[in-house]
Write a protein that binds this ligand. Structure first.
Ligand code: COA
Ligand code: MG
Length: 291
């Protein structure tokens, strides 16, 4: 598994100059520059120009730069892709993906251009068809990540918001499973109440425990909590080191298993332990690069 951190993935409306500027110094692992639902219809054209110019000129350092364009079934999607591609974002995030054919259609457009050879595709997973087709979407060309669109999904399902997100679990786990089978990143949906730190922390912890790489965020005040929850903590790092040491010792004695804190440690646990250390190292490197 790639250890590039995606703990905190901040949405920024492409129309908000001040927020675009501010983001250059925020502790976000990745940014989703949005042209879709965060931008009003009458602002779409201006936002596209502003964002293209900003991305071409501003330095976002090591933060991953994703652009969420409008769908190709709208008046703006095709032009969004043309204008934004000039600024060479790492990824295009396609909203309301229903099937692998939607991804293939975007991949064909990227293939046809000269400037998007390395551009990856991320998919918003937020429609009933999309969730049911998650496995094939995750394996479609250029796919690199899923973003859960939990607000749209709740609307489509007609389900209620609950603190435990019980009505969301099937969709969350289906997408996580598909992402892991295909080896792509999976990022959880947003927490709307951006002044409720306790609620945010609880939802981040649930997403982390399910296996997500990080959480999409709507406000800078949410960054620290997501960054902390999705990073291995001191206890996890310490345990990983002790597991590796104990297993090395056991192996030297010709044994296939070790015991740490009363629990069995086998080869597969060592794979996880090494991943924990790799992720901690990748986070430290990213923080250093952000200065
Ligand atoms: N990214 C970067 N900076 C942001 C930001 C974001 N998503 N949201 C707010 N900020 C900045 C503001 O520009 C402001 O900067 P300043 O102090 O330099 O002026 C600062 O953070 C504080 O903002 P605040 O006044 O608390 O928030 P607000 O009332 O201006 O905006 C929201 C609140 C929710 C409307 C705004 O955070 C937002 O637009 N979020 C993104 C929504 C979105 O993209 N939705 C689509 C996906 S669900
Ligand atoms: Mg949506």
């Amino acid at each position: 598994m790639d250890s590039r951190p995606f703990r905190s993935v901040l949405y920024i409306p492409g129309s908000k100059e001040r927020a675009l500027d501010k983001a250059r110094s925020l502790a976000a692992d990745a940014i989703i520059f949005d042209l879709e639902d965060a931008v009003a219809v009458e602002e779409k054209a201006n936002a596209r120009e502003l964002l293209a110019n900003t991305l071409a000129a501003a330095d976002y350092g090591p933060r991953a730069r994703l652009v969420r364009i409008n769908g190709f079934d709208t008046d703006w999607g095709a032009r969004d892709l043309d204008v934004i591609s000039l600024a060479r974002p790492e990824a295009i995030l396609l909203p309301k993906v229903n099937s692998a054919a939607d991804i293939q259609a975007l991949a064909d457009r990227l293939d046809a251009r000269g400037d998007t050879a390395n551009t990856t595709i991320w998919a918003m997973m937020e429609t009933p068809d999309g969730i049911q087709n998650a496995a094939s979407i995750a394996r479609a060309p250029r796919m690199a990540g899923f973003v859960m669109g939990t607000n749209d999904l709740a609307k489509e399902l007609n389900c209620r918001f609950r603190a435990d997100r019980l009505p969301m679990q099937f969709a969350l786990q289906t997408c996580l499973m598909a992402a892991r089978a295909a080896g792509i990143v999976a990022v959880d949906g947003v927490y709307n109440a951006f002044k409720d730190d306790d609620g945010l922390r609880a939802e981040c912890e649930q997403g982390r425990d399910l296996g997500f790489d990080g959480k999409t965020l709507i406000h800078p005040a949410q960054l620290d909590i997501a960054n902390a929850v999705f990073a291995p903590d001191e206890a996890a790092i310490d345990l990983a080191r002790r597991q590796i040491a104990a297993f090395d010792e056991a192996t030297a004695k010709g044994l296939g298993v070790a015991v740490v804190d009363g629990k069995i440690v086998e080869n597969l646990h060592i794979v996880t332990a090494r991943q924990v250390l790799n992720r901690a190292e990748a986070i430290a490197q990213l923080q250093k690069a952000m200065g």
